[in-house]
Design a protein around this ligand. Structure first.
Ligand code: HEC
Length: 191
C-alpha cells in the first residue's frame, strides 16, 4: 500500500509537469476550436439565410480559410480543417491526420458519438516536438445541402466547377464530415 503510494508519487513527480503542460495545451486548442466552430457557424448560418446555398457556397469558399488563417496568425498555432473525403484538395489530411480520423470512424462504428471524439498528443516531427489536436466534426442537417446525398443539380454543377476533385458529398447525419486539426511546435528536442 505504502509502496504503491510512493511509486505513484514518483510517477507524479516525473510526469506531473509534462501532464500539466499537455493539459494547458489541450485547453488552449479546445478554446481555439470552439472559436473557430462558432465563427464558421455564424458565417454559414448568416449566408444561408441571406443568400441561400448558392451564395453560401462562396462564403464557405472564402470565409472558412480566412477564419482559419486569422486564428492561426493571432494564436501562433496552425488551425485548419481536414477530411478523409475533402472538397478542397488543400484540406487533404497528412498521414497522422488520416490515421486519427480512421480511428475516429472505427470508434463511431462501435457506437461512439462523433461530437465527442478528440485526440491530443505530443508527437515527434522532423526532429522536433509538436502538439497535435484533432477533433471530429459531425455532419448535421444543415450540412446536407452541400455535403449530403441529394445535392441539387444547380449546386452540384457550381461545386464541381470550383472543386473538380470534390469528394465531399454523400454524407448522412451522424457521419464524421471531417476534423478540426491544430498544431503547435514545441521546439526541437535534444538528440
Ligand atoms: C453552402 C454550402 C455548404 C454548406 C451548407 C456546408 N459546407 Fe462544408 N464546405 C463547403 C465548401 C465550398 C467547402 C470548401 C471550402 C474551402 O475551399 O476551403 C467546404 C469545406 C468543408 C470542410 C473542410 C474540408 C474539405 O472538405 O475541404 C469541412 C470539414 C466542412 N466543409 C464541414 C461542413 C459541416 C460540418 C457543415 C454543416 C455544419 C458544412 N460543411 C456545411 C460548402 C458547404
Amino acid at each position: 500500500m505504502i509502496k504503491s503510494a510512493a511509486a505513484g508519487l514518483g510517477f507524479f513527480i516525473l510526469c506531473g509537469p509534462a501532464f500539466a503542460d499537455e493539459a494547458a495545451l489541450k485547453a488552449q486548442a479546445a478554446d481555439l476550436v470552439a472559436r473557430y466552430a462558432q465563427a464558421l457557424k455564424t458565417a454559414l448560418g448568416g449566408a444561408m439565410e441571406k443568400d441561400g446555398p448558392m451564395g453560401a457556397l462562396d462564403v464557405c469558399r472564402s470565409a472558412a480559410p480566412k477564419i482559419a488563417a486569422d486564428l492561426s496568425t493571432s494564436s501562433g498555432w496552425s488551425v485548419a480543417r481536414t477530411s478523409l473525403k475533402p472538397r478542397n484538395a488543400a484540406s487533404a489530411p497528412d498521414d497522422y491526420e488520416r490515421k486519427v480520423m480512421e480511428s475516429f470512424n472505427a470508434r463511431i462504428a462501435q457506437g461512439e458519438k462523433d461530437g465527442d471524439l478528440v485526440s491530443a498528443k505530443i508527437v515527434e516531427d522532423h526532429g522536433g516536438k509538436v502538439f497535435r489536436f484533432i477533433k471530429a466534426i459531425p455532419t448535421g442537417e444543415v450540412c446536407l445541402t452541400c455535403h449530403g446525398e441529394n445535392v441539387s443539380p444547380e449546386l452540384k454543377q457550381k461545386i464541381s466547377q470550383l472543386y473538380p476533385n470534390d469528394q465531399a458529398t454523400g454524407f448522412r447525419v451522424g457521419d464524421m464530415r471531417g476534423a478540426f486539426t491544430l498544431k503547435k511546435p514545441l521546439g526541437t528536442s535534444t538528440p
